[in-house]
Design a protein. Structure first.
Length: 67
């Protein structure tokens, strides 16, 4: 991705190509931001499920000790 961005930057030759490059940069950043947000949500969901399962396991273990 970085190489493509560098090649695009090297192709800037006039104001129109600069504008196109900047628009493309903005779209790329927006896409990466969305992917990051989706990954962060997936990680948060996974962490929540892990904690719930861990808490249940601890409760089951403690209940077993009390018998």
């Amino acid at each position: 991705m970085a190489m493509n961005r560098m090649k695009s930057a090297a192709d800037i030759s006039d104001p129109a190509s600069l504008q196109a490059f900047l628009t493309s940069q903005s779209e790329s950043i927006s896409s990466l931001h969305q992917k990051f947000m989706d990954d962060a949500k997936a990680l948060a969901d996974l962490t929540t499920r892990f904690k719930a399962e861990f808490d249940k396991l601890v409760q089951d273990s403690l209940a077993g000790i009390g018998k």
